[in-house]
Design a protein around this ligand. Sequence first.
Ligand code: SF4
Length: 333
Amino acid sequence: MYIGVEETHYEYRPRLIIWQLTSAGDLSGMQNAVLSQHECLLILDSIARFAKPIVVFTGPDITSRTDLHKIVSYGNTLGLKTIVEVKPDQLTANLAEQFHQFGSRVFRLTIDGCIDEDGEMRFKQTPSYLKLEGAVKLLREKKFEIHFSVKIDQPNLRKLGYYLDYAFRCNAQGLYCHLSFDKSIPEVAVGDGFSHSLDEFIGSISDMKYLVPNDMYFSPQCVKYIPYSVGDNGFDFSHSEHPRWIHCCLAGKSFAYIAEDGKVYMCSTRCKECGDLRENNYDFKRLWSSASILNLLRSYQRTCVQTRLLFKEHNILFNNHDVMINNLMEIKQ
Ligand code: SF4
């Protein structure tokens, strides 16, 4: 499926920024690798002067940042909607009380690794599952809404179905999916009598939306679904049935990812660095507007697979739009 619809040019502004505040790696010997509180506030300032996106703070052991409350508070003061993603075992009564001032939706529980299917109990009663149950209970007691996030690093619909089932049974208001397919995940997998693609997987997520109540949010964070009608031009489906919805990658259009060291990427997988906020005087607008990769993504609407192939298989000249389009068309032939 190739989406070849040229978009009307207008000023693109971020609507969702995923911002990892802590590092997963060993930082010994890497002084100043992680943005300081002062640097974070400068970036928040520049974001708020430019747009009013939702900013989702995430990262391993995020609550170990003693300045987390100050950072979230500053974002709120600037009028940004801020969310903090925490693992179930990081949520304490004390943290819940501290952050309640930011509203009942400030927390998202990351449920990666907490849900495993079980033939008898539906969900395996593992220690991480029980911690999740405890965290949900705590959120309820403290009058928070229940929101979950999950990292999708494999196109595994069955696993996602169990996450969704759990969210539904908790009467959650949202399950937010971070698409995070590693480079090693094939865009299209072909086997004995089958073929499927990441795009089909993302399309199947939109079909699952019909299973959840209207007031429950369930979607990948970096795509938007748009309705498709048979009369539309420019589509080539590998299946006989056409989808009711197609998705477009939002990278560079309204989605960005900031890493703990201030580098900006188009995608949560950090597949393409777009620039460094430290080298741009912490000016998010300048980086967002001038990064050649982000500008390249704005010219056309592409699916996830098209976007990945654009960067993965072809050595594109980022400042040569015609070469890019020709290469992309060749991929589809
Ligand atoms: S390529 Fe686009 S749609 Fe795919 S995971 Fe990255 S940001 Fe999301």
